[in-house]
Design a protein around this ligand. Structure first.
Ligand SMILES: Cc1cc2nc3c(=O)[nH]c(=O)nc-3n(C[C@H](O)[C@H](O)[C@H](O)COP(=O)(O)OP(=O)(O)OC[C@H]3O[C@@H](n4cnc5c(N)ncnc54)[C@H](O)[C@@H]3O)c2cc1C
Length: 458
């Protein structure tokens, strides 16, 4: 009798598991899927398995509710090692200090999500998630020319509920005695919900949870589409729907067509390139998506007499930035180059002269102790750079009816991934944004030629 009771309980539990509700397979162990090949069909195909793609997939399963037949969500990732993905090559920072209201709101949502990450992304019988969050404010330094703009931005951040304080040069020197305050008129310093964390852990946590909720994933590259065009408005087709996504198998010329209802372009720095893939009517892809890979270097160095434990994530008047990296006198930092000096993005090699000639002098000027730093390492990654206005493009494509965009975050996509995924899932499932109104991040601004600029791009 006890055995029968236990079996009934086990069956009840199995029925509660989301993957069982879809009526297909039983529970899928987190982190693996028995079939890495693409299925023949999916309700939603998410192209790109970086932090944004997996966040979208996770939120779709969360918001689908307890429907009898769960939504079939497929994440397609071409590189299971993530060797060039922006997510794992990022600096891991989160801040509230943006100049655009939507970006501040997304940061606030994400900070709260990360604080309760185990409630959101914890998986039964799996170890708890530790993203190694290091709470530490961002410290933006402004020159006399930029002081008024910084003060106005801080007011906006406060209006949105962010805890940010302004520091005069004297206050700055008192709080951070190791700073040279020359040419600094004012500084803004985040008092909560800022710091940095391990991006890889966040990506994995989204992936593990999404898979436990029934999301499928496969290795392969989306290189083509099949569309059906809508000829309602002459001359020529006015819009089209994607019917199939062609997923090319790794190291093969073979592809698997996946029939789908919705496609989400979460291909990061390659989101623009994806819209040039075979099968998409060229005329309908105008204006082209202005997202491209831009190479950014990160250098790490050792400096035993540097700022130490109180070191914030400092963004200098010159654009150079740095933060602490662990507790042993190590730091990391970098600097975006001016537009005309963008490095060749064809590979991820590092230009060491860039540190010696451009970054180091700026660092040493701001923190004299850095004159004696010793470089320890470096890497390069791609910003998913939106050349139009350095902000994410979120929402439906104007003429490819079932294609949705979630890319182009230009150096702040990691921290906004929890909010991006939620917003995209709301749009797809409920037909509108509910938590945050992100309509201004949509395609319209590209079509209308009206940039929505973010001034605090690091
Ligand atoms: C040096 C550096 C520092 C950064 N620092 C920060 C920071 O401090 N804070 C912050 O918030 N952000 C930061 N960023 C930006 C952040 O990393 C990105 O905005 C974010 O990771 C974008 O996530 P994603 O999922 O869109 O892109 P990715 O992580 O690049 O994922 C996209 C994935 O799509 C895959 N893909 C592309 N095309 C296809 C295709 N056709 N078929 C199948 N798969 C495809 C790629 O292989 C890739 O894995 C930094 C970036 C860099 C490079």
């Amino acid at each position: 009798e006890l055995g029968q009771t236990l079996e009934r309980m086990a069956q009840t539990l199995r029925d509660q598991l989301p993957a069982s509700r879809s009526g297909e397979r039983g529970w899928v162990p987190p982190g693996t899927h028995p079939d890495p090949r693409p299925p023949d069909e999916a309700d939603v195909v998410v192209v790109g398995g970086g932090v944004v793609g997996w966040s979208v997939a996770y939120w779709l399963k969360v918001l689908e509710g307890r429907r009898r037949h769960g939504m079939k969500v497929l994440v397609v990732e071409r590189d299971p090692t993530y060797s060039r993905a922006s997510t794992v090559l990022s600096a891991g920072g989160i801040r509230q200090q943006f100049s655009l209201r939507e970006n501040i709101q997304m940061s606030r949502f994400s900070a709260s999500f990360l604080r309760d990450i185990n409630e959101h992304l914890g998986v039964p019988n799996e170890p708890p998630i530790d993203i190694q969050f290091q709470p530490s404010g961002y410290l933006f330094l402004a020159s006399p020319q930029n002081a008024a703009a910084l003060e106005a931005t801080v007011q906006l951040q406060r209006d949105e509920g962010a805890q940010v304080t302004l520091l005069s040069p004297t206050q700055l020197k008192t709080k951070f005695p190791w700073i040279n305050t020359e040419d600094v008129a004012v500084a803004s310093y985040g008092l909560e919900d800022e710091g940095w964390f391990d991006p890889w852990t966040l990506l994995n946590a989204f992936r593990r949870k999404a898979i436990s909720l029934g999301v499928q994933s496969c290795s392969g590259e989306v290189r083509g589409f099949v569309t059906s065009t809508n000829h309602m408005m002459p001359p020529g087709p006015s819009s089209a729907r994607i019917k199939y996504v062609h997923v090319y198998m790794p190291d093969s010329l073979e592809y698997q067509p996946v029939a789908c209802a919705i496609v989400v372009n979460a291909a990061g720095a390659w989101a623009g390139k994806l819209l040039e893939a075979d099968g998409l009517p060229r005329g309908l892809c105008r204006p082209s998506l202005p997202i491209q890979p831009r190479k950014r270097y990160v250098f790490t160095w050792h400096c035993p007499n540097g700022p130490g434990l109180s070191c914030p994530f400092l963004v200098d008047t010159s654009g150079a930035y740095f933060r602490r990296d662990g507790f042993a006198g190590n730091y990391l930092g970098g600097m975006s180059p001016p537009e005309e000096e963008e490095p060749d993005p064809s590979d991820l090699s590092v230009d060491h002269d860039y540190f010696q000639e451009q970054i180091w002098p700026r660092l040493a000027r701001r923190v004299p102790a850095f004159e004696s730093l010793r470089v320890r390492g470096s890497w390069a990654g791609y910003y998913d750079y939106n050349t139009f206005d350095q902000n994410g493009v979120l929402g439906p494509h104007p003429r490819l009816e079932n294609l949705f965009l979630a890319a182009g975050f230009s150096g702040h996509g990691l921290q906004h991934a929890p909010a991006t995924g939620r917003a995209m899932a709301e749009l797809l499932i409920k037909g509108r944004y509910e938590t945050l109104d992100l309509r201004r991040l949509g395609w319209d601004r590209l079509v209308d030629g009206e940039p929505l600029e973010e001034h605090a791009v690091v």
